[in-house]
Design a protein around this ligand. Structure first.
Ligand code: LIP
Length: 277
């Protein structure tokens, strides 16, 4: 039986390459920085232009499909996930990196049908690494198969997380305490590359063994979630329960053992949901 979504995936790769080219060209010019919810929540004209390019290209070919895009949501569009084929788009995942020309900047697109992720594409455009994953067909980087490290011993692991400034003092203290708890296990180290989608791909290809985060969004997670799952990784909620794309929180790991240990060490804080807040 033919795969109904393969054509969408092939087209997505083509559009993502164009988006990556646009980002790399913008890096050669001056970057004007604007702010969204706070002084550390950055956005640029390139984020907006790249999202327009992606959505208009896809909408032209698939006019009945739905979209959840980071910048469209920032401009007031809804971010509820329905059963219809839905493209979940982060035009620049790692905007702060983009602004500083720190080299982990990605275009991330996940495609869902009946709320299930069918495929994911993450293009780390400065590194020129195109990660692709189709449900049930494996994960690839620039066409070569990738898989997680398989590490089960957390004391031998490299863990990724991100640490943005939190206005809420209690949340900030919990975030720092979580980092201290993980480091004290001890693990080999903690890293913060600055792009959630790249972080998931780093776990997917075995360069890191785990990644956890509270406070990101469905557009940061959808593309990378497909890649890490297809690379044999484990993805779960921060509580240790099932992963929920709209929950704004996740743990990904090379093994269930490591994911569950991280869930045990982490104290949760309230981050709301993408579909209700
Ligand atoms: C960013 C993430 C980053 C995280 C930020 C933010 P953006 O996405 O990928 O890792 O720390 O909170 O969500 O805003 O650059 O698309």
């Amino acid at each position: 039986m033919s795969d109904p979504w393969q054509e969408c995936m092939d087209y997505c790769i083509e559009v993502t390459k164009r988006a990556g080219k646009m980002i790399c060209e913008a890096l050669q010019k001056d970057i004007a920085v604007m702010h969204k919810s706070s002084a550390v929540d950055l956005v640029t004209e390139t984020d907006q232009k790249v999202e327009q390019l992606i959505i208009s290209s896809i909408r032209e070919k698939y006019p009945t499909h739905s979209f959840i895009g980071e910048e469209s949501v920032a401009a007031g569009a809804p971010s509820a996930l329905s059963d219809s084929p839905t493209w979940i788009i982060d035009p620049i995942d790692g905007t702060t990196n983009f602004v500083h020309r720190f080299p982990f900047v990605s275009v991330s697109i996940g495609f869902t049908v009946k709320k299930e992720i069918e495929f994911g594409i993450v293009y780390s455009c400065i590194e020129d690494k195109m990660y692709t994953a189709r449900k049930g067909k494996g994960a690839f980087c620039n066409g070569a198969p990738i898989k997680v490290s398989g590490q089960e011993d957390i004391s031998k692991s490299l863990v990724l997380t991100e640490m943005g400034f939190k206005k809420d003092v209690e949340q900030f203290q919990t975030m720092m305490a979580n980092i201290r708890n993980i480091l004290s296990i001890p693990v080999h180290g903690i890293r913060s590359p600055g792009s959630a989608a790249v972080n998931m791909c780093l776990v997917a290809c075995g360069s890191a063994d785990a990644y956890y985060h509270m406070g990101i969004h469905c557009w940061d997670m959808a593309g990378g979630a497909a890649v890490v799952r297809e690379a044999g990784g484990v993805i779960m909620d921060i509580s240790g329960g099932p992963f929920d794309l709209m929950s704004r929180r996740l743990i990904v790991a090379s093994s269930r053992m490591i994911a569950e240990r991280i869930a045990k060490e982490i104290t949760e804080f309230h981050v709301g949901r993408d579909d209700t807040d």
